[in-house]
Design a protein around this ligand. Structure first.
Ligand SMILES: [Zn+2]
Length: 123
């Protein structure tokens, strides 16, 4: 299952990010994944849970945003959506298109909850 190794990779990257915020607790992380990566978002979210349970990130949620693949034809410049790894231009039929989006794996943002340094005053 390659989602698990990706999840572990993400955990490493997130912990690296959080190193400068030692008192912060991660609530959630948003990751953007291109469809060409062949990652099942629900599986990746579950794997993230498994990869974090014994770390300071335990309880944090991973949100996966899928990005459709698109390409631009080198011949006629048409931009089109790539489906099922089909890179043929729908206008001129050329197959030498350039991939624009769809193979990314990118940590977009982290939602952090700061640990209270002192008790709050309400109550
Ligand atoms: Zn074309």
């Amino acid at each position: 299952m390659h989602e698990l190794s990706i999840a572990e990779e993400l955990v490493r990257a997130i912990r690296e990010e959080l190193r400068s915020h030692p008192n912060a607790r991660l609530k959630s992380a948003l990751v953007r994944v291109g469809v060409l990566r062949l990652i099942e978002p629900a599986t990746l979210e579950r794997c993230f849970e498994a990869a974090t349970w014994d770390t300071p990130l335990a309880g944090a949620q991973l949100h996966v945003e899928q990005v459709k693949a698109s390409a631009r034809c080198r011949k006629c410049d048409l931009e089109f959506t790539v489906e099922h790894h089909w890179f043929e231009c729908s206008r001129c039929g050329d197959t030498g298109s350039e991939l624009l989006r769809g193979d990314e794996l990118q940590l977009v943002s982290l939602e952090i909850e700061r640990e209270m340094a002192s008790a709050s005053t309400n109550g």
